[in-house]
Design a protein around this ligand. Structure first.
Ligand SMILES: [Cu+2]
Length: 374
């Protein structure tokens, strides 16, 4: 299948058999003319460079698209490095741009995403990228395999509105190994005319956060101490044994237990509307904002669906991203958790939102402080 792409792209004649299978009514020549026309049309579009930023933040973007479709170009470097995912617990991580999750990409329906993916020669593995938002060639995975020292440029059209996972998928057992070594992220494709509530009215957010949940499978020695390795390939055998139990040793929001709690909490003010984007590339989860709600939730991540309302907990399936919007009405610390509370509290899948503002006694009041039973 990939060879078909290459042949069309380089103008080599396609065999009659392949033509009969894939494009029965067009000659190879006509197909090439079509390709040239498409390339000219795309290359005539306005080109913008998106500066990616580390999660939980999103790159600068317009909520409602300005002007027509654009080429949204960005570069991602693949970084293999040791990461501390909990105090004194280390993993030979594989990442996009050095973070887990990788950076959120934002574009609008009709835009073309043009990614330059670099695999520096200091890395040890072949990597690629499979965009769940893209159509064809294994989400781009079939066209983006890069060995250490190589780069590739992939362009795809954003045709589906929603928030979608991307991840490395280099083949065989390397697929789950790279994904659970941290190599995943998400892309948000907004409708050109913005997000809509359940009644079809435009919804604007004051800020947005991206939370990437990761399941980790860290091998332990005979004394129960978490083992440390010198390279991804050296950790692979032991890690596979833990992976086969389907029971993670750690679950993190943004790469480390506590990455988004305490001083690292997400922030908001009373009256602000916050968009929370959540991805889990490998394993099911369920999200709950303790003390708040999902005012609007796009479970499954499609912005073409009518959002559900007033949600207490919403599911994110493994291999999926989802979106929820909430307007904060009370100050204080909110916990944003995976509401398998064992996974939140004992495995690490928890974050905080610190909200400033005036308390509203109409919504909640401590009528009597705790004291002796009368
Ligand atoms: Cu990889």
């Amino acid at each position: 299948m990939i060879n078909v792409f290459k042949k069309v792209g380089t103008g080599v004649a396609i065999t009659a058999a392949l033509m009969a299978f894939s494009v029965p009514s067009m000659s190879a020549e006509a197909l090439d003319i079509g390709k040239v026309g498409v390339a000219a049309k795309i290359e005539g579009l306005e080109r913008v460079t998106q500066k990616l930023v580390p999660p939980p933040f999103l790159p600068e973007h317009n909520q409602v698209a300005k002007g027509g479709p654009k080429i949204v170009a960005m570069t991602m470097e693949i970084v293999e490095k040791e990461m501390e995912i909990a105090p004194d617990v280390f993993v030979q991580a594989m990442t996009f741009e050095g973070t887990n999750p990788g950076p959120m990409i934002v574009a609008h329906v009709g835009d073309y995403i043009e990614l330059t993916l670099k695999n520096p020669k200091t890395n040890s593995m072949v990597h690629n990228i499979d965009f769940h938002a893209a159509t064809g060639a294994l989400g781009g995975g079939g066209l983006t395999n890069v060995a250490p020292g190589e780069q590739v440029i992939l362009r795809f059209k954003a045709t589906k509105a929603g928030v979608f996972v991307y991840h490395c998928a280099p083949g065989g057992v390397m697929i789950p190994y790279h994904v659970v070594s941290g190599m995943n992220g998400a892309i948000m494709i907004l409708p050109r005319d913005g997000l809509k509530d359940a009644k079809g009215n435009l919804v604007a957010y004051d800020k947005a956060y991206y939370i990437g949940e990761q399941d980790w499978y860290i091998p332990q020695d005979k004394d129960g101490k978490y083992k440390r390795y010198d390279a991804p390939i050296m950790a692979m055998g032991d890690t596979m044994e833990v992976m086969k139990t389907l029971t993670p040793t750690h679950l993190t929001f943004n790469g480390k237990v506590g990455a988004l709690t305490g001083e690292n909490a997400m922030t908001a003010k009373v009256g602000e509307t916050v968009l929370f984007l959540h991805s889990q590339a490998n394993r099911d989860t369920r999200i709950h904002l303790i003390g708040g709600h999902g005012d609007l939730v796009w479970t499954g991540g499609s912005f073409d669906d009518t959002p559900t309302t007033n949600r207490e907990t919403w599911s994110i399936a493994g291999g999926e991203a989802g979106a929820a919007i909430y307007t904060f009405l009370q100050p204080g610390i909110y916990a944003y958790v995976n509401h398998n509370l064992i996974e939140a509290i004992m495995f690490g899948a928890a974050a905080h939102v610190s909200v400033e503002g005036e308390w509203n006694n109409d919504l909640m009041e401590q009528v009597q402080k705790p004291g002796p039973i009368q």
